[in-house]
Design a protein around this ligand. Structure first.
Ligand SMILES: *Cc1c(COP(=O)(O)O)cnc(C)c1O
Length: 384
């Protein structure tokens, strides 16, 4: 059996072979396996050196100081640490602004904070899936403590105007957290330029391993963040637990490769994405669920109105894509993101997220175009 072409890079990416090679050097007795916190021998010193090198690589990617990088198990934990850590520090009082199109890893902590007494404003996106800075400005109150918004939406690829929103937050003395899990590795993310206070990222979205990520915490804010996990006081007290050297070497190597390749990869992948769209856009009742600009180069979310969603998904056997988001597709509920953008239940159901990445080639695009055309044409003619 021929495997389908992988076009679900927004759900996760394969580990880059260079990353895997670096990681495998940090596991066994002949490698750098020791506890980076071991101060009494060379094994520990070597591990610490590797961990700090990885921290510098991630800091370089984000344009921040390495002391502002806090290791976590991924973006879910980073988001939890940012939201709960900030509100824990002020006794769960005050106001949080977030949006209805966030990843569940922000929505669920925000709902939890609501149950603890935090007031939460849930912003709605426009028809392109973008959160308007004006909405943020108008929602800020006297007691607003934190704004938490995603950089790039995982389903649509819509890119929020983070710099403008950051300005508004600064002007109003409100902290700003950004879930950048879908942005890092896909578009430039510079914490200095963006002027955000907290930023989440996840290695497995940019060709690193699963189970490792980071939270950027701007230095003056570090004293205002309470840890979720208490233990040995690692990570400046913000996140305890023995540092996983192999995972960190993985995220560090992945960050280094992104630094080297991002500019050319962005252009190459956007070109492939545009070719894919050109190859299917003339099909009847097919449209893109995002604007042509302000969208990540790797995302293509398409509504195939002429076909029933589930049948379409099941029929597209030669490409591995996603309906809605990977996290909600198990439940068969239509995507809450697309519905918030104004799509009907049927249109949300008939929408498919195609996401491309480092290992996508021109032949994959040609194959996908031919396959989608055949399947969709058959489906719409059988329902006539
Ligand atoms: C993947 C993703 C997450 C979750 O990241 P994990 O590292 O898998 O926990 C959070 N937010 C967004 C926008 C994502 O795409």
């Amino acid at each position: 059996m021929q495997l389908p072409v992988y076009m679900d890079y927004a759900a996760t990416t394969p580990v880059d072979p260079r990353v895997a090679a670096a990681m495998s050097r940090c596991l066994t007795a002949d490698g750098i396996f020791a506890n980076p916190a071991s101060r009494s021998h060379i094994y520990g010193w070597q591990a610490e050196e590797q961990v700090e090198k990885a921290r510098r690589n991630v800091a370089d990617l984000l344009g921040c100081d390495s002391r502002e990088v806090v290791w976590t198990s991924g973006a879910t934990e980073s988001n939890n640490l940012a939201l709960k850590g900030i509100f824990e520090a002020c006794g769960y009082e005050g106001h949080l602004i977030t949006s209805v199109i966030e990843h569940k890893a922000v929505i669920d902590p925000a709902i939890w904070l609501e149950s603890k007494g935090v007031e939460v404003t849930w912003l709605e996106p426009d028809a392109n899936g973008i959160i308007s800075p004006e909405l943020v400005r108008n929602s800020i109150r006297e007691n607003t403590r934190l704004v938490s918004l995603m950089y790039v939406n995982n389903e649509t690829g819509a890119v929020n105007p983070i710099t403008e929103i950051a300005h508004i937050c600064r002007d109003n003395n409100v902290l700003f957290h950004v879930d950048a899990a879908q942005a890092v590795g896909k578009i430039p993310v510079d914490t200095n330029e963006l002027q955000v206070d907290l930023l989440s990222l996840s290695a497995h979205k940019f060709y690193g391993p699963k189970g490792i990520g980071a939270l950027f915490v701007r230095r003056p804010i570090q004293s205002q963040l309470k840890p979720l996990i208490h233990g040995g006081g690692h990570e400046r007290g913000m996140r305890s637990g023995t540092l996983p050297t192999h995972q960190l070497v993985g995220i560090g190597e992945a960050a280094l490769i992104v630094c080297e390749q991002l500019e050319t990869e962005m252009i190459r992948i956007a070109q492939l994405r545009d070719n894919l769209w050109e190859g299917i856009s003339d099909l009847p009742n097919v449209r893109r669920n995002s604007s042509l600009d302000n969208v990540s180069p790797s995302h293509l979310n398409v509504c195939f109105s002429g076909a029933e969603g589930e049948t379409l998904m099941l029929s597209l056997r030669e490409i591995a894509v996603s309906s809605g988001s990977a996290c909600t597709s198990a439940t068969m509920e239509p995507s809450y993101v697309l519905k918030a953008m104004g799509l009907s239940d049927e249109d949300a159901h008939s929408s498919i997220r195609i996401s491309l990445g480092r290992f996508t080639e021109r032949e994959d695009i040609e194959k996908a175009i031919a396959h989608i055309r055949t399947v969709y044409t058959q489906l719409i003619s059988s329902t006539d």
